[in-house]
Design a protein around this ligand. Sequence first.
Ligand code: FA5
Length: 344
Amino acid sequence: MKEQLQSIHQEAIEKIKKSDSAKHLQELKVAYLGKKGSITSVLRGMGKLSKEERPVIGDIANKVRESITHTIESKKDELDRHALEKKLEAESIDVTLPGRPVETGGPHLLTKIIEEIENLFIGMGYEVREGPEVETDYYNFEALNLPKNHPARDMQDTFYLTPDLLLRTHTSPVQARTMHKYGGQQPVRMICPGIVYRRDDDDATHSHQFTQIEGLYVDKNVRMSDLKGTLDVFAKKMFGEDREIRLRPSFFPFTEPSVEMDISCKVCRGEGCSVCKNTGWIEILGAGMVHPKVLSMAGYDPEIYTGFAFGMGPDRIAMLKYGVNDIRQFYMNDVRFLQQYHKA
Ligand code: FA5
């Protein structure tokens, strides 16, 4: 019996050492140590042994059991460790591989231009205000001295939503709103950037949706020379000392007198091209002294208060500053175009 147990022991240890999976180890465990395993079946013959032999064989059997159990456990540990090593090897990260670049966005060129203009005027003491894009007929037209059926309404072909509601055609309603809010009681110095809409046919310099920035300065003793000086500072800061500007007499129902300011075309440097429609000049803003009627409709006494207002198109300013030859580029969302200006 002793020999039987020793040979089972030797055979078991050899098989365990050669085993290559946890499943196989479990099968060996059952085969040698289980209820129906080889050791148990040998021990069934214990009854035939003498009283003296029994504890000796029992002791050997226990030692064989312990040894097999221990060998199975260490083999299992070894297999587990091996499996973990293999897994780590398969999942290892090569830190020397080049990283994938992270795509970053940036502000739209128009947003940048608007911020630049805002900062310029904030530096001159202006506050920034906003107004609704869906506007009433009153603020878009009537409060600006454009009563119903006034022929000058045609200057800005309008998208109407209802007979009284429209998509604002300019940012001037915000000057009317601001003056009405202050009710003639205090000076105003504000600019208002925003999107405006017109039923214009799209071409290189016209879009049916574009941006404007409105400016308004109302106080006692505001004069035309203040307007000229302000626009001059603006133009020089924005385009550089070498760019030329010109003021042309013009007409707006809400200003008297009115002017339009042009700046020399940067694309062709005055020679004529499709951007400036071969004139060498590009119109960038309209301006003038606030009409007495507009002041009094908002509660300001035109005998005491005077003011100037201007409205410019940042789209055209951006075109000039960066040599963009088609306004539609701003609205086509072509990343190749937009990316060029991320660091501009
Ligand atoms: C006005 O809209 C007046 N509200 C400006 C103003 C304000 C005058 C205060 C006096 C006092 P005008 O229609 O000219 O004016 O437009 C102003 C600017 O918007 C133009 O100089 C031009 O730069 C820009 N603009 C006009 N129409 C378009 C268009 N379809 N696409 C792109 N820019 C345009």
